[in-house]
Design a protein around this ligand. Structure first.
Ligand code: PHE
Length: 494
């Protein structure tokens, strides 16, 4: 009975081995008997028949000692101590000064050390040697050692090997595996005449199916449980996948997306949000103000409303911040420092229509780059405006979002933002620690009333990169943007 699973190379190898069923076959025996040139074919077939129980493979690993780069140089140009020794013997005045003249600096330095270790002494600037014959002998033993390489490790002198191991790049070690094959009892019982090489089909093609040939063909069997290389195909950057996932979650929760420009005015980025004009966050160190456009004109009536609110509180019952309000400051161009600049404009355009909006978009702040900061990053922003919207609803919405992201433990803490009251910080538990991921709150009347908004507005803004660090288990935010292909390939699907 012949095993159908045997592929042609295995059949040929078994057939060859059956000619002398108790022989121990070396690789070269197999290559000759099977008429193969390629070692890999023999090793592959050998592995196959061993796995099927017809042969036994024994492997021996031998370590070979080879010359390293320095060793080769020593052999072609002479070992440094040998050349020094020649110099010592042939110079009438073997002095330090003389040595430095005859050898270059990179050789003279280590050379002195080598000579000393061999038993050459230095006395008042000149070299002496009491046992010249010992030195000659040691050096020639070293040369002899190098000239015999490459050699199997068991056949070289241990002391000399240790000596050269301590000198950089003199020797290298290479492991080689030698295999021999022998038939098992089961293999020896195979019927040689049944081991016929057939035309095996590895691949089913349309041509094969159209012809009649498939009917009588032999098919190569594949073991689909074997490990194989993972195909490397293109894939989204983990940040992009994360953004998509967040989008899906908000869309699923009934939100609509806002996508807007990041070039904005200080007015909408800050004044509309009741951030005082002398607030430190507005200074150059936090905000990227633009040279072009340096100013972006805003409607007079809009600025007038902000001015009232900031100076006196307008009709909101607030006392405002007091002081002066500069419309020039409002019209400065900047790169948005938060996505709240866009939600507030959306509300200004749609003050009466209850809504649930979100954005996942890029913001900019003048931050020094470090493990947890980037000057360009993303926020996950959202608002809910509807009758009766309240704090409980805000907290529940955020908890639902994080639970859908896979972080069920969320807590909020009191915080402060000039545009919300109450204001919250959102924290998520990760690996036993509470991590702050963003801010939230209910917009103050100073923000909503000038826009004519009648319903409460719940708002939040959270860091996307922070969340990405949790999802991907990173402790350095920069890893997200350095395009490290190996790292990118190994990221989980998000
Ligand atoms: N805009 C705030 C930030 O950038 C976050 C926030 C948004 C806070 C909305 C309250 C309400 O950190």
């Amino acid at each position: 009975m012949v095993d159908d699973n045997l592929v042609n190379t295995e059949r040929r190898m078994l057939k060859a081995m059956l000619a002398d069923s108790s022989k121990v076959w070396s690789l070269s025996d197999i290559l000759t008997a099977c008429d193969w040139q390629d070692q890999a074919i023999a090793v592959g077939a050998g592995l196959g028949i061993a796995e099927k129980g017809y042969a036994e493979v024994s492997e021996t690993v031998t370590t070979e000692v080879k010359l390293g780069a320095q060793g080769q140089l020593a052999l072609s140009e002479g070992l440094l101590e040998a050349r020094l020794w020649d110099w010592f013997k042939s110079t009438s005045e073997p002095s330090m000064a003389n040595l430095q003249e005859s050898f270059e600096r990179h050789e003279a330095g280590p050379g002195i050390g080598l000579l000393k270790k061999l038993g050459v002494t230095m006395d008042g600037g000149s070299f002496n040697c009491a046992n010249e014959s010992d030195v000659t002998e040691t050096i020639s033993a070293r040369q002899g050692f190098l000239s015999k390489l490459p050699a199997v490790i068991s056949e070289v002198d241990d002391d000399l090997l240790n000596h050269f191991k301590n000198r950089r790049n003199f020797v290298e070690f290479v492991d080689t595996t030698t295999r021999t094959w022998m038939l098992t009892a089961e293999g020896a019982q195979l019927d040689s005449s049944s081991l016929i090489e057939t035309t095996m089909i590895n691949e089913i093609t349309p041509e094969l199916l159209q012809s009649e040939a498939w009917k009588d063909a032999d098919y190569r069997r594949f073991d689909v449980t074997l490990e194989s290389a993972t195909p490397r195909t293109g894939r989204s950057h983990p940040m992009q996948s994360l953004i998509e996932r967040i989008r899906h979650i908000f869309l699923e929760m009934g939100f609509s997306e806002i996508v807007e420009d990041y070039v904005q005015t200080a007015g909408w980025n800050m004044d509309a949000l009741f951030i005082p004009q002398d607030h430190p966050a507005r200074e150059m160190q936090d905000t990227f103000y633009l040279d072009n456009p340096q100013t972006i004109p805003l409607p007079e009536d809009v600025m007038e409303k902000w001015s009232d609110i900031h100076r006196t509180g307008g009709d909101t019952g607030s006392t405002g911040w007091g002081g002066e309000f500069s419309k020039e400051t409002s019209q400065k161009g900047l790169l948005r420092t938060h996505t709240t600049v866009n939600t507030i404009q959306y509300l200004a355009d749609n003050p009466n229509q209850p809504c649930r909006m979100f954005a996942v978009d890029r913001v900019f702040r003048k931050e020094a780059i470090d493990r947890t900061h980037l000057p360009e990053f993303h926020q996950i922003e959202g608002i809910i405006m509807e009758e009766g919207a309240n704090l409980q609803m805000l907290v529940t919405t955020l908890k639902t979002f994080y639970a859908k992201m896979g972080y069920p433990e969320v807590r909020v803490r009191p915080a402060y933002f000039p545009y919300t009251e109450p204001s919250l910080e959102i924290e998520v538990k990760w690996r036993g620690k509470w991590l702050e991921l963003g801010g939230a709150g209910i917009f103050r009347p100073e923000v909503t009333e000038p826009l004519g908004i009648k319903h409460p507005v719940l708002a939040w803004g959270m860091g996307l990169e922070r969340l990405a660090m949790l999802v991907l288990g990173l402790d350095d935010i920069r890893q997200l943007y350095i395009s490290d292909l190996e790292w990118l390939r190994n990221q989980p699907l998000i």
